[in-house]
Design a protein around this ligand. Sequence first.
Ligand code: NAP
Length: 249
Amino acid sequence: MGQLEGRVAVVTGGSRGIGRGIALELAKRGASIVVNYHSNAAAAEEVVQEITSNGGQAIAVQADVSNMHDAERLIKAALDTYEKIDILVNNAGTTRDNLIMMMKEEDFDLVINTNLKSTWNCAKQAIRPMVRKRYGRIINITSVSGIFGNPGQTNYSASKAGIIGMTRSLAREVGARNITVNAVAPGFIETDLTSDLPQDLRNWVDEMLVIKRWGSIEDVANAVAFLASDEASYITGQTLTVDGGLVMS
Ligand code: NAP
C-alpha cells in the first residue's frame, strides 16, 4: 500500500516538466491525481494515461490558473470527481527573462500572474474544502531565484519571493486546522523552462553547484512527495531548497 493511498492531489501545470514528475510520483505513492494544464491537452492526457495504465486514478483539467474563475473551476472539477482535496501542488509557472531596461510591463504582469497570483487563486479555492475535512497539504513551487536573485529575472524572482512570503502567512492562518503549507525551491533542473539558458549562466551554475550535477525532476518530485506525506505533519511554513547546495540560507 502506497504512503498516499486514498489521498487526492491537484497538481497545477502537471502536464510537463517538474509538474508531470510530481503527478507521476504522487500517483506512484497511491494518490488520485488531478492533472491541470493550460494549453497542451495531449501532454496532460499522456500523464493521465501513464497513471491509469499503472493502476492509478487521474483526470486532466484545463484551466489557466492565473485566472480566478479557472482556478475555481479546477478545484470544483477535483471535488466533483473525487469529493475532496488533500494535497494541492502549486507548480504552474513561466519565465519572461530580460534586463529591467528591456523588460516589457506585460511580461512583468504575466509572470507575476502565472506564478504568484495562480498560487493564491488555487490556495483560496482549495482552503475551504480542506478546512472542512481538517486536513490539507499545500506545496508551492518557488525557486532559488526567489531567494538568491538572478539578473534578468526581476519579474520571476519577485513572483517566487512572493510565494515564500505567502507560504509563511498561509501556514500561520491554517495550521490549527491540520493544514500544512510549505514551499519547495528547485535549483537548476533540465526542463523546457531551462532549455535556452545562456551558456555563461550554465557555466556559473556548474561552478557553484556543491553536488556536481543539475537536478532531476525526480529530485524535486521526491521532496514534494515527502512534504505531502504524514511523515511531514509537523513541518510548516518552510522552504525546502532542492538545488545541489547552490544556495544555503
Ligand atoms: P515547464 O516545463 O515549462 O512546464 C510548465 C507547466 O506549467 C506546464 O505544464 C504548463 O502547461 C503549465 N502552465 C504554465 N502556465 C500555466 C497557466 N497559466 N495555467 C496552468 N498551467 C500553466 O516548467 P518546469 O521547468 O517544469 O517548471 C515547473 C515549476 O518549477 C515552475 O513554477 C517553475 O518556476 C519552477 N522551477 C523550475 C526550475 C527549473 O530549473 N526547471 C527551477 C526552479 C523552479 P501547458 O503545457 O499546458 O502550457
